[in-house]
Design a protein. Structure first.
Length: 242
């Protein structure tokens, strides 16, 4: 097991991607930083964290026979693995907010950014960036953020939590990497945030309301608008207004 611990770094994802270009790395190699200064979330938004309080890590997952058209399966496995770990700590009302955020009730507790390395039509490896709010107790300017400590009322050991997430990722991929799409989609939609509810979102600068219906096989989000029109949206096309 390889875990590279750093005090401060611009981005664990960038560091791990650079390292993977320079030398062969083993499956589940981890880069962990006490402080990340230029972390990125979805839509290239900056993601900042209080030093030493949260889990800011990137995990390398090697793949064989995974096609680029199946890349959303990787997102599903990662989300389910992290939710499994958080559930063991008693975090309530866990859900996956499409595509990669993890919610506790109406508040965000974890963000995931997955970057895939392609060779032709095959995914060679994934760099899985995880930003999990653990022991931070306030989030100025982020009213919908929450940490594990705020929920359960006690400090969580970051090293132990990291190993538990790694083990959960290993179990999930080993047990379910070849799972039929129908079953995998059902597992994802069972905990999909706001499934079956009307949600407000923005597409191409226009505010819209739609009924969240689920996902497609390639990971698009299916939303039915008020006029009955069905939209299948890709990552980057939708901005939540929750």
């Amino acid at each position: 097991m390889v875990i590279i611990k750093l005090d401060a770094i611009r981005s664990t994802n960038e560091y791990l991607k650079d390292l993977a270009r320079e030398e062969p790395l083993s499956d589940y190699t981890i880069v962990s930083a006490r402080h990340q200064t230029k972390g990125k979330g979805q839509r290239r938004k900056d993601w900042t964290t209080e030093a030493g309080k949260n889990l800011t890590v990137s995990v390398l997952k090697l793949h064989t026979d995974v096609r680029s058209t199946d890349q959303f399966r990787i997102s599903i496995h990662v989300g389910l693995a992290i939710i499994h770990t958080l559930d063991q700590y008693g975090i309530p009302d866990l859900a996956l907010k499409w595509p990669n955020d993890i919610m506790s009730g109406q508040r965000k507790i974890c963000g995931v950014l997955i970057e895939n390395k392609l060779r032709g039509q095959e995914i060679v490896h994934s760099v899985i960036g995880i930003g999990l709010n653990v022991n931070q107790e306030s989030f100025p300017g982020l009213p919908n953020a929450v940490s594990m400590k705020q929920i359960i009322g006690e400090e969580v050991d970051l090293d132990t939590l990291l190993l538990e997430i790694r083990e959960s990722l290993q179990r999930e991929f080993k047990a379910n990497e070849q799972q039929k799409w129908k079953l995998l989609r059902e597992r994802y939609e069972d905990i999909l945030f706001q499934l079956g509810n009307w949600v407000e979102f923005k597409e191409d600068g226009e505010n819209l309301m739609g009924l969240l219906k689920g996902i497609t096989q390639t990971g698009q989000l299916n939303i039915t608008l008020k006029d009955g029109q069905m939209r299948s949206l890709n990552q980057g096309e939708l901005q939540w207004l929750l």
